[in-house]
Design a protein around this ligand. Structure first.
Ligand SMILES: [Zn+2]
Length: 405
């Protein structure tokens, strides 16, 4: 980096710290320079220099005027989520959804198509790249305005490298360098995680941003959980935290699971397990959508089977509540669309089983982001990565160096 000319308004000392100021402003509330000085305890001149640096980067924008106390009214500034764009991609077993979002994770546009994850990483990731280009084109945004791409996949991922790890339903993806492939076409940070973790991030960011301890449970063909602890996603040592589906369920000792073990939660309370239970009493439900349709149309055996699955999930969640003490449990995934049956079963057991101290303020609620949870969460993962104080400082320093050269 070249030395800054003395006249630069963004001399190195004032630029560093701009990123930290931005963290305060991420709530999108407009504030004046004086309000920011009071809030941070920094000198007015320091705040002024940091505000200028953020204004030049576009991350901050003027946002109306404060009431005047005599003289010219002071200008307010707010975080400008439109300054850059983000791509969130949600890859399922048979579908893909890619959204272009702003820096708040709000989808601006999206494209969803059928795909087959067993076609392998090259085919599927080339589709993500092509869809990203289409979305940028349609929105009139340049690739250089893209701060990163977040991708969720339906299997375990080593988050630090973005490589799937022995994913059972993703043949050809084991150990594949997902970020490397995407970055050969679009040179931006590429972050990868499993679908449940990104759904947890999406639901947390959109519906419960103020909640520090939240457990997101996906109930569909598989069962999994995303753990938000201290406001951050808890991934565990190798990214396997939250793998609820293969926890032993009480009273299920002899049921064989697809993983080869006996008595897993997924073997007795997932969509396929419910279908199997219904088949035994001659009720046909071939898919998760069939189960949801049956319950919604008032089919009593289907509603009872879903409620029983909720109770079984609740038994495992009661243990999680004792361990993690969340204040919100969100129930998502296709089967959560069956209405109250599933969540009623979960509540019955969790509230009945856990100690009052842990459940006194515990809410158990349905997911609200629906099919968009994945893309919003994938974009949120990128935003949390790119907008940390030090990365914002470095990006500003880089653009100052470029404009000075
Ligand atoms: Zn299992």
């Amino acid at each position: 980096m070249r030395p800054q000319p003395a006249s630069s308004p963004y001399a190195a000392t004032s630029v560093s710290g701009a990123g930290e100021l931005l963290q305060l402003l991420r709530d999108e509330r407009p504030r004046t320079r004086a309000e920011l000085a009071k809030l941070t305890g920094l000198a007015r001149s320091t705040v002024g220099a940091r505000v200028d640096a953020l204004l030049a980067s576009g991350l901050l924008a003027p946002s109306g005027e404060a009431a005047s106390t005599g003289g010219r009214p002071p200008v307010r500034f707010a975080f400008n989520p439109e300054a850059r764009v983000v791509i969130g991609a949600d890859i399922g077993a048979t579908h893909g959804r890619v959204a272009l979002t702003d820096l708040s994770g709000r989808p601006l546009s999206e494209i969803a198509e059928s795909l087959d994850i067993t076609d392998g990483p090259e085919v599927v990731l080339d589709w993500v790249v092509a869809t990203t280009r289409r979305l940028l084109d349609q929105a009139g945004r340049e690739p250089r305005e893209l701060i990163g791409i977040g991708i969720g996949v339906p299997g375990p991922v080593e988050h630090s490298s973005g490589r799937p790890m022995r994913p059972p339903i993703m043949p050809g993806w084991d150990g594949y360098d997902v970020p490397g492939h995407v970055r050969r076409h679009l040179d931006v940070p590429v972050l990868v995680d499993n679908d449940v973790n990104i759904m947890a991030l999406g639901e947390h960011a959109m519906a419960h941003p103020e909640i520090e301890h939240l457990l997101f449970v996906k109930v569909a063909t598989g069962i999994g959980a995303g753990i938000i602890s201290g406001g951050r996603l808890h991934r565990g040592a190798v990214g396997a935290a939250g793998d609820l589906g293969h926890v032993a369920a009480p009273h299920a000792a002899d049921v064989l699971c697809s993983c080869g073990n006996l008595g897993c939660l997924e073997a007795v309370a997932s969509g396929p397990a419910i279908s199997k239970a219904l088949a035994e009493i001659h009720v046909t439900a071939e898919s998760n959508a069939d189960i949801v349709d049956l319950v919604r149309s008032g089919n009593i055996p289907a509603a009872l089977a879903v409620r029983q699955a909720g109770r079984t999930i609740g038994e495992v969640l009661a243990t999680c509540v004792s361990l993690l003490n969340p204040s919100v449990i969100v129930i998502g995934g296709t089967l959560s669309e069956a209405g109250e049956s599933l969540i009623a079963g979960v509540r019955e057991i969790v509230y009945g089983r856990s100690l009052p101290l842990a459940t006194g303020a515990l809410q158990i609620v349905p997911a609200t982001t629906g099919t968009q949870a994945g893309v919003i969460g994938a974009a949120t993962m990128v935003i949390q990565h790119a907008l940390t104080a030090d990365r914002v400082d470095r990006a500003i320093a880089r653009s100052v160096a470029q404009s000075a050269s």
